[in-house]
Every structure is written in structure tokens, then in C-alpha cells.
Design a protein around this ligand. Structure first.
Ligand SMILES: [Zn+2]
Length: 290
């Protein structure tokens, strides 16, 4: 819960505010860009919601915030309704889970609803309102983990939903040693005819991405839209394993066709196949220059 006595003075006056516990993860700013912006390296409210859509987006950001740093002066009577809107539809059968976890520095988690069994991509916070919604939507068959940083509450999800977790062996450590499916080499792994797991060593050694229907690419911390650069990018300052390997992985990834980049950290990007391909080449050029 946010604390009014820790309200940042950078907030504009009114009901919504961000307190000083904000970790600058960017989640509220992309979920509710009409209300939140970045001031002095943390989030702040720059515009109070003035209609229902803005208010709902601000409440969704409040619930998604990994550190509960967003608060309202008035107790929000519509918070239960906002909880019911998660997971939030992105497109077709793809949803954004919200409820980001501080354990993964606020990484986004996604949900793919499928007749053969749903897939949770990376780990949101294990919290009753979300767990109940995921149960209503058919539970979880696979929990796919892009890499070691964004596993957060994987054990609780695995236990509760009896799902099989998937993570590359090179990213397995003490806390993930019981992961059911451990991928072992650098070949693409066919999970189903529509789902391909592609190893992309670089950010970490065992990082993989998930391509669904040659349309949706779940990229973890390998690739994202950069707000500051206005292009697709990888983040050299957050490359833990090997930058040259990450460039190689990006070149390989550019051979695939997709329309959506859905990252853990950084912004989403949606474009037609040709624009995406141009963006991938721009991204590789940028990486080679860094
Ligand atoms: Zn990471």
C-alpha cells in the first residue's frame, strides 16, 4: 500500500499519487501514459484522470505496480472492478497479466489462452485476484520462463496450477532446479505446431524467446522498444552474459517473421512484418555501434 505521508512532491495535486518507494520500473507510464510520467528518475502523476477510461487505466497501473507505490487519497470504490479487468487483452488470445513482481524488478508477464492448455509467460505476482481470474480462464498448462531474472513466484504458480515450467538449463540455479522442462541446446524447440522456443544467448546464457503463430514474440529481456531511442533495441548496460553473443542471437532472430514484440522490461512494439524486419535490422546496427 502506498503511503500519503511519503507522497512525492512532484505529483500534481489530486486523488492519485506516487510515493517515494517507486523503483522507476516504467510500468505505470506505459499502462497509463495519460496519468503517469517520469520526473526526477521516478514516476509521478502529471495529470489526474478526468474520465472513466483514464481512471480505469490508472487503477490498473496501481494494481500492476510491483512496489505498491501508487495510491489514492480517497479509498477507490471501483478497485474490485479494476481487478476483474486482469489479465488485460492485448490482441486475439494474448493477455497482459499485470500484477508485476518486485522480484523481477517489475517485469511484465503474459498469458496465452489456448484450447489445448494455457501458457503463462514469465511470472507475475502470485496474488489471489489474479490467480482467481487465471483459474476462471482455464488455469495454466505451461509456465514458460524466458530467463533466470523473471521467474519471481514460479514455484507458487507451479504448485497451485500443477503446470509444467520451461526454462533453459543454462539459466537454472538453486531456486529453479525443479523446473520440469529444462531445454538443453541452442536448437529451436517446437513446443506445439504454433509455438516455437528460440534460444537467444546474450542477456543471460540461457535466455530464450517464444514465438507464437509467427506473430507474437515474447522477448523477456532480450529485445524491446526503447522509448528514449524510438526504435527496437537491446540494452547493453543490462547485458549480463555476452554482448557479442546477444548480437549473434539478434541476427538469428531477424530471420523469423513476427508482428509483436512483447518484452519483460521495456516497451511493447506492434508493426506489420516488413516494418518489424526493418526495425530488427536497425536494432542490430545500433547494437554493433555500442
Ligand atoms: Zn533479465
Amino acid at each position: 500500500m502506498a503511503h500519503l505521508d511519503m507522497r512525492r512532491p512532484q505529483n500534481t495535486n489530486g486523488d492519485f499519487y506516487v510515493d517515494t518507494t517507486c523503483i522507476d520500473c516504467d510500468t505505470c507510464r506505459w499502462m497509463s501514459s495519460e496519468v503517469f510520467s517520469r520526473v526526477d528518475e521516478q514516476s509521478a502523476v502529471y495529470h489526474q484522470p478526468t474520465n472513466e477510461a483514464e481512471r480505469l487505466a490508472a487503477l490498473q497501473a496501481l494494481l500492476a505496480c510491483p512496489t505498491s507505490s501508487i495510491g489514492t487519497v480517497e479509498k477507490p470504490k471501483d478497485i474490485k472492478h479494476a481487478q476483474q479487468t486482469f489479465p488485460i487483452l492485448v490482441e486475439e488470445n494474448i493477455y497482459h497479466c499485470g500484477y508485476h513482481s518486485e522480484k523481477s524488478y517489475g517485469a511484465a508477464s503474459y498469458f496465452i489462452q489456448l484450447p489445448a492448455g494455457n501458457i503463462l509467460v514469465d511470472s507475475p505476482r502470485f496474488t489471489p485476484p489474479l490467480v482467481k481470474r487465471l483459474e476462471e480462464m482455464g488455469g495454466i498448462h505451461y509456465m514458460y520462463l524466458t530467463h533466470q531474472d523473471d521467474v519471481a513466484d514460479h514455484e507458487k504458480f507451479a504448485q497451485h496450477f500443477q503446470c509444467d515450467r520451461i526454462l533453459h538449463a543454462d539459466d537454472i540455479s538453486g531456486n529453479t532446479r525443479n523446473v520440469e522442462i529444462q531445454l538443453t541446446n541452442l536448437d529451436p524447440f517446437v513446443l506445439t505446431s504454433d509455438l516455437l522456443i528460440i534460444p537467444v544467448p546474450g542477456h543471460t546464457k540461457g535466455h530464450t524467446v517464444l514465438l507464437y503463430k509467427n506473430k507474437f514474440l515474447f522477448t523477456g529481456d532480450h529485445l524491446a522498444w526503447s522509448e528514449s531511442r524510438h526504435q527496437l533495441a537491446a540494452f547493453r548496460g543490462y547485458c549480463w552474459y555476452s554482448w557479442s553473443e546477444q548480437i549473434k542471437s539478434m541476427r538469428n532472430l531477424a530471420n523469423y517473421s513476427f508482428e509483436w514484440v512483447l518484452p519483460g522490461h521495456g516497451r511493447r512494439f506492434h508493426a506489420d512484418v516488413d516494418t518489424m524486419s526493418q526495425q530488427m535490422h536497425k536494432c542490430i546496427e545500433l547494437m554493433e555501434s555500442l
